[in-house]
Design a protein around this ligand. Structure first.
Ligand SMILES: [Fe+2]
Length: 422
């Protein structure tokens, strides 16, 4: 009998069974941490979340030591929490939240078991964000629908060469449908990220958003929200430097502050939480951020409100327009980022369901072709809300300084395929 199957219909060659996994080398060996990565925390100026995996349990708490100098210069130490996830073999995921950092500063760090001297990670480094755009420009990457194929890595490498402060990914990362037997595919995704997503040796923090392929059911099927349908998304990422001991108690939506005038609001397009359930929270946070003087609030979510592949009338897009797009109109959102359609898309500026002048409406950029790609529609004929669509793998690279915002969709050769400017 074939047991514990990982189906992989996404062309990455990561289908497996318990038997085939048994004969392959372990994807997380004993010793030093097998993955070390960062997520964008609640405030990229002053905090970060370090996540690392080990194959062996710790007797004490996981810990990271950090400072502004290499070698012996780690004057600070902070402890975190561990979550054990049971695959064919045991895996310990350690989360360490670091806060009270200084903006616009390079930090070096190592992570391991508190009180032990062996098997700490190699030194890694990251950079906190500017407090103000008067200190310099912010660059970030946005894409979605990544997978673990070589084309994904080519786009990731291009992205990293643009030296972004962070990368936001609008869902469908490793494409495992929340199947725990596909853990090796996530290991591949994380090791690819470690290998290709480096900017001047700095780790590039990930701002991940949940998509349908993060969950076992695709979309919400239960009366109440159930985070256990997304076992990897919930346990591989934490989004706040105040670490949750049980990662499944996290929400699948969050606000991340980037500078004094830039924030991201990442949302769940009815995978664990429905659009309606997040509506009041979205409104409250848009009001709060505007009151705090945040000029650029970027919503990011997986399923597009203005799709470039599926029909405009599909229920999933309609629900987003009904719950959130009216709030984007009300609070004068400049750009929203979408995924899921596996195309390149730039909408016209839209307000109240109509095309308006750029200064009056929101443009929706997408649609998730970091690795996956769809080429089944005629891109020479555009829909009423589309400015530009194309079937090409890309990531949006966005530069924001005191006076300008430029978003450019770039292919694997760093060639601009579409660009908008404010
Ligand atoms: Fe999707």
């Amino acid at each position: 009998m074939v047991e514990d199957i990982c189906n992989d219909p996404f062309g990455s060659g990561f289908g497996s069974s318990k038997m085939t996994r048994r004969f392959k080398e372990s994807s997380c060996k004993p010793g030093k941490p097998c993955h070390v990565y960062l997520t964008v925390s609640e405030d990229l100026r002053t905090s970060t979340v370090v996540i690392f995996h080990t194959a062996k349990p710790y007797n004490t708490k996981p810990s990271c030591k950090y400072g502004e100098l290499s070698g012996d210069g780690y004057p600070n130490e902070v402890q975190g929490e561990t979550y054990e996830i049971k695959f064919d073999s045991k895996r310990y995921i350690h989360y360490v939240g670091i806060n009270q950092l200084t903006p616009n500063t390079d930090y070096k760090f190592i992570c391991g078991e508190s009180g032990e001297t062996d098997d700490w990670s190699d030194e890694k480094q990251f950079r906190t964000s500017y407090n103000s755009l008067s200190d310099g420009k912010i660059t970030f990457a946005v894409g979605a629908d990544t997978n673990v194929i070589k084309e994904t890595n080519q786009i990731t490498e291009m992205m990293a060469n643009n030296n972004p402060n962070f990368a936001a990914i609008a869902g469908d990362l490793a494409l495992t449908n929340g199947n725990v037997h596909c853990y090796r595919k996530w290991d591949k995704w994380l090791s690819n990220w470690g290998k290709y997503a480096k900017s001047n040796n700095n780790l590039i923090p990930i701002l991940p958003t949940i998509g349908n392929h993060e969950t076992q059911t695709g979309y919400r099927k239960t009366e109440k929200p159930d985070t256990t349908i997304a076992p990897f998304f919930m346990t591989l990422f934490q989004h706040n430097s105040k670490i949750k001991k049980d990662p499944f108690t996290q929400k699948t939506y969050q606000v991340s502050r980037i500078t004094d005038v830039i924030a991201f609001i990442s949302l769940d397009t009815n995978h664990v939480y429905s659009e309606v359930e997040q509506e009041d929270w979205v409104e409250e946070n848009l009001v709060k951020l505007r009151n705090e003087g945040v000029k650029y609030i970027f919503p990011i979510y997986h399923v597009p409100a203005f799709p470039s592949d599926r029909k405009f009338s599909v229920q999933q897009s309609l629900a987003i327009r009904e719950s959130w797009v009216k709030l984007f109109d009300k609070h004068d959102i400049t750009l929203a980022f979408e995924g899921h359609s596996h195309m390149l898309k730039v909408t016209k500026p839209i307000r109240d369901g109509l095309v308006v002048e750029q200064t009056q409406g929101t443009r929706y950029l997408g649609d998730g072709a970091w690795g996956r790609l769809r080429d089944r529609r005629d891109t020479t004929v555009t829909r009423w809300y589309e400015d530009h669509v194309d079937s090409i793998r890309h990531v949006w690279m966005v530069d924001v300084d005191e006076d300008n915002l430029t978003a450019s969709a770039k292919n694997d050769k760093n060639e601009i395929q579409a660009s908008i400017h404010y």
